[in-house]
Each structure stands twice: as structure tokens, then as C-alpha cells.
Design a protein around this ligand. Structure first.
Ligand code: 2P0
Length: 346
């Protein structure tokens, strides 16, 4: 019946993740094969996430991308790569099946973040994991929430760290099997663990992670030493999470962050993501933990100056008082009340 407008569409959402053991460097730039395994925490989708709606219809003239309801002039290169790849895979799989006429249909991708780009959180991981789930659900006819190998592949070629946002809780991505990321523990494993994000600078970074990590692999000798330490660290971290051992957890997480930024400094020309405020904060946390005689707070910094802090619920109020005292401007930050819990959503 010609009067019926044909349209297929799917909606999904995924949350950003915070790396506890950082992914840095690729063995293969095109396929995004990481040099090292990495380990992260996925934030709760109830607190913040990327919503994606993808629809396809023979009525659409060409592929289009809407970001925050604004139609973009063109499809970003990596997103185009995902579209090419899912069509290539689907056409191979369904060659003789004429039900798959929709392979020729154009798509509309709508992406919306519930957190501002000024939040200090990278949105590429949640954005690409969400688009990967949407595209694979649409083209592979899978049930909602199924993570297929194609889905993992799409997330990864969108942005390496996006493969970790496909799962909730504590997630590992394996360098020996780069197609694989998995939930090691659901977020419920450690209900007392809280996250606080301070935003010292919300400007975009001076050099993209993709370019910076390439420079690191080409110039840093410290980096080669770092690679030797990763597997052991991940094993210890996994054990600390299993035992809910905050002391060891913190020790491993802070040291990995510091080592990662040391490697950035050893890159030539150097890559500097930390600013004076970040360094001051690092000192403050160590002094605070020392004075407390136990480790109450841990920090980690990604490719930017903003600290992600880990703290147990029983110490949260005291820590927030400390923040209010040293960083009065930060008390305005809406995330203080929001990024407190993490949940496993699938
Ligand atoms: C991470 N970062 O593990 C590390 C820590 C930044 C510092 O993954 O080139 O945007 O798209 O694979 O995923 C940032 O790298 O890089 C990142 P591509 P991506 O979260």
C-alpha cells in the first residue's frame, strides 16, 4: 500500500565511562586496536547519558545527523565510517533476501546528551556506544539491548573507549582480544562508592586523544615501560574491587592516572592535560588522606584537567565540605548532587 509511509526506528541510551586504568595508544589506527587493556566505571544512565534515536525510511533523501536537535552540515567522518560498515556487513549477510530493501534507505541519527559538553566528561564514549547499539539493533534485527560482535565493532571504530560504555558497572576492554569488552562486576558490587567531578576548565583540549596517543607511541620510551605494568595492575584492581578494598583501589587508580600523565609529559613535544589547579588538587588529596590516616579520596584525570574523585558514602559530606572550602566556585556545580550513584542498566 503506497499510502503507508515506511519507517523503522530505534531509541537507546548509554552513559559515559571513567577510565581507572587508562587506554592509551593503538597498534592499529584504522581498526582501533589498543596497545593495552583498560578498565573503567560506567556512570549511571539515570544521572547522565546520551540519548540516540535512529530512523530509516525510503522517504529520506540522504543520511543526516542531528546533534542537540540541530541538523549538522555533514556526517562526522567516524559516524560515516560506522554507517558504511553496518551497510557493508548487512549486505554481505542478507544478499539473497529481498526483505532487506531497506539497505538502500537513508538514515536520520538524533543524538542528545543529558550532560553539558562543559561537564569535563568525554561524550564520545557514550555517543558512539549509543549509535553502535542503535545501528546494530536496526540493521541486525536484534532484540533491544543485545550486544552483538558487530555492535562492539561499531562502538570501537567510533571511539576506542566507547566499547567500554556498552556495559554498566566495572568494565574491562582486552588488548589481546580487542573485539571484547565485558562487565567484570555490576555497579551493585560496591554500592558505597561515589563519584564527584570537579570542573576546573571546560574548554576543549588542545590536542585530540587520537593525535596525542599517536605521538606518544612514536616518541615516549616511558610509555613502553608503562605497557609492561598494565596487566598486573588490572589484576590487582579487579581484586580490590572484588574485596571492596578502597585503600588498594585508590592506590592503583591514582598511580595509573599519574603514570599516564607522566607518559604524556614524556611524549615529545609534550602533551600536558593537567593544569596548576589539577596539580594543587593532587597535593590536597594526598595531604587530606595523610591527615586522615586512611585513604578517603582517590582522584583520576583523563585527557583533561578535571578530576574525577572516588569516595565512600560515609566520607562524602566531609569531602564536599573540603571542596567548598578550597574551591568555592565548584559548589555551584550541578554534578555534585547528581553523580553519586552508578547503576547497571543492562
Ligand atoms: C581512556 N582516554 O581510557 C583514556 C584515558 C583518554 C585518557 O580513551 O582515538 O577518544 O577514539 O580511540 O577513545 C580517549 O580516547 O580515542 C581515551 P580514540 P578515545 O578513557
Amino acid at each position: 500500500d503506497n499510502s503507508i509511509v515506511q519507517k523503522r526506528s530505534v531509541s537507546c541510551r548509554t552513559a559515559p565511562n571513567i577510565a581507572l586504568i587508562k587506554y592509551w595508544g593503538k597498534r592499529n589506527d584504522e581498526l582501533i586496536i589498543p596497545e593495552n587493556s583498560s578498565y573503567s566505571i560506567t556512570l549511571s544512565e539515570d544521572d547522565l547519558c546520551t540519548h540516540t534515536t535512529i530512523s530509516m525510511s525510503p522517504e529520506y533523501k540522504c543520511d543526516t545527523f542531528y546533534y542537540e536537535n540541530v541538523k549538522q552540515k555533514e556526517i562526522p567522518k567516524r559516524m560515516q565510517h560506522l554507517l558504511d560498515e553496518i551497510r557493508r556487513r548487512t549486505s554481505k549477510r542478507k544478499l539473497d533476501n529481498d526483505h532487506f530493501s531497506y539497505l538502500n534507505w537513508s538514515v536520520e541519527i538524533h543524538s542528545h546528551n543529558t550532560f553539558p559538553s562543559s561537564s569535563g566528561l568525554a561524550s564520545s564514549a557514550s555517543a558512539y556506544s549509543s549509535i553502535a547499539i542503535g545501528l546494530s539493533t536496526l540493521f541486525e534485527d536484534t532484540e533491544d539491548g543485545t550486544i552483538t560482535p558487530t555492535c562492539s565493532y561499531l562502538a570501537r571504530i567510533g571511539s576506542g573507549s566507547a566499547i567500554r560504555s556498552l556495559y554498566g558497572g566495572f568494565v574491562q576492554w582486552y588488548h589481546k582480544d580487542p573485539a571484547l569488552s565485558e562487565c567484570m562486576y555490576p555497579a551493585e558490587q560496591w554500592p558505597e562508592l561515589r563519584i564527584v567531578i570537579l570542573v576546573f576548565n571546560s574548554k576543549t583540549k588542545p590536542i585530540s586523544s587520537t593525535d596525542a596517543m599517536k605521538r606518544t607511541t612514536q616518541t615516549s620510551s616511558l610509555y613502553k615501560e608503562r605497557l609492561k605494568t598494565i596487566d598486573e595492575k588490572i589484576e590487582q584492581l579487579n581484586l580490590a574491587i572484588k574485596k571492596r578494598d578502597f585503600e588498594n583501589f585508590s592506590n592503583i587508580v591514582m598511580r595509573d592516572s599519574n603514570q599516564f600523565h607522566a607518559v604524556c609529559m614524556d611524549t615529545y613535544p609534550p602533551v600536558m592535560y593537567l593544569n596548576d589547579q589539577s596539580k594543587h588538587f593532587i597535593q590536597l588529596v594526598h595531604e587530606y588522606n595523610n591527615a586522615s590516616k586512611i585513604t578517603k579520596v582517590a582522584y583520576t584525570f583523563d585527557a583533561g584537567p578535571n578530576p574525577f574523585c572516588f569516595i565512600l558514602q560515609q566520607h562524602l559530606d566531609e569531602f564536599l565540605d573540603l571542596i567548598k572550602y578550597f574551591y568555592p566556585a565548584q559548589t555551584q556545580h550541578r554534578f555534585h548532587d547528581q553523580i553519586k550513584t552508578m547503576k547497571l542498566n543492562r
